[in-house]
Design a protein around this ligand. Structure first.
Ligand code: HSE
Length: 328
């Protein structure tokens, strides 16, 4: 199966490294970063591209753009992993629509287009008989979308509670465990590649809120928007607040919650007992689903990181190969 990949940040590089190291039967025929692009219908040499990116900061030909790749490359699946613009969803939404319009499947980690245009993109994909998948947008490596779609099929989901931002969780863990200041912990989170290109998305709770919107619209088809979410971030939290919580055998976590029947849709720091199922450490995410048949299910896993996000992307790509390309 042939892939065109847009974006060579932490996620794009993670995907290329995985493809370079594993025999998955996937060939990259188009690739673009923010400054250049490459097309080769026989397959791009991944090691060379990674080396070029490391050495000179861009991967290919400066006269080939992401748009050229989307419109001209020979591929089955567009892997759209450019940075999120939550306000406009662009340019990613345009790339995704153009690929679907060409009858190509799309897999994305980009939260902007999904949070803003989920219903439109899904219906466009259905019309063209292709898949539009976005497992990597929520919970990093946690297979939350596959779980909802398959494992919990037939269940009514009553509520969702979760730690949906790895950067905030990492910062809160490091502040409590090592007495680091907020700024030191944020710097570490950025160095680890967890934070968004603009980390204010993370620490102000916006990234978690975007993921809550994506989850809500996937589960309940409600078409909620970012503005519908009540948001408080962790950027004002002090080491003292964390120490006070510690003294009560508790800790503070940024919790996203959606309970439609009670009109709850919010992201805010919460004091939780240390043995609460959602209290996970470091860049981990945790998601609890309350359902009518299965009861309560909590999924825990790496919520951010290059290889972890690549896991979700590759899972979607291989799922598409099973369902569509092999004609099941
Ligand atoms: N910045 C995000 C996080 C990356 O920290 O969770 C994964 O979406």
């Amino acid at each position: 199966m042939k892939l065109a990949i847009l974006g060579m940040g932490a996620v794009g590089r993670g995907i290329l490294e995985v493809l370079d190291g594993k025999e998955l039967g996937l060939t990259v025929t188009g690739l673009a970063d923010s400054k250049s692009g490459l097309m080769d219908r026989d397959g791009i040499h991944i090691e060379e591209v990674l080396a070029a990116k490391r050495e000179r900061g861009f991967c290919g030909d400066k006269y080939i753009s992401a748009t050229d790749i989307v419109e001209q490359a020979d591929y089955d699946v567009l892997v759209e992993v450019t940075p999120t613009d939550a306000r406009t969803g662009e340019p990613a939404t345009g790339f995704i629509k153009a690929a679907i319009g060409r009858g190509k499947h799309v897999v994305t980690s980009n939260k902007g287009p999904v949070a803003l245009h989920h219903a439109v993109l899904q219906s466009m994909a259905r019309k063209h008989g292709v898949a539009f998948r976005y497992e990597a947008t929520v919970g990093g490596a946690i297979p939350i979308m596959h779980t909802l779609e398959h494992g919990l099929a037939g269940n009514r989901v009553l509520a969702v509670f979760g730690i949906l931002n790895g950067t905030c969780n990492f910062i809160l863990t490091r502040m409590a465990a090592e007495n680091l200041t907020y700024d030191q912990a944020l710097l570490e989170a950025r160095e680890m590649g967890y934070a968004e290109a603009d980390p204010t998305y993370d620490v102000k709770g916006i990234d978690a809120a975007i993921k809550l919107v994506i989850l809500s619209n996937t589960i309940w088809k409600r078409n909620v928007k970012l503005d519908d979410v009540g948001i408080t971030g962790i950027d004002m939290l002090t080491t003292d607040a964390l120490r006070l919580a510690e003294e009560q055998h508790c800790t503070i976590r940024l919790i996203a919650e959606a309970v439609p029947e009670r009109g709850i849709l919010r992201v805010a720091p919460r004091v939780l007992p240390k043995n609460h199922p959602l209290v996970v450490d470091g860049s981990l995410n945790a998601i609890t689903l309350e359902t009518d048949m299965a009861g309560e299910i909590t999924l825990i896993g790496k919520g951010a990181g290059s290889r972890e996000t690549a896991s979700a992307i590759i899972g979607d790509v291989l799922f598409i190969r099973e369902m569509h390309v092999r004609g099941h």
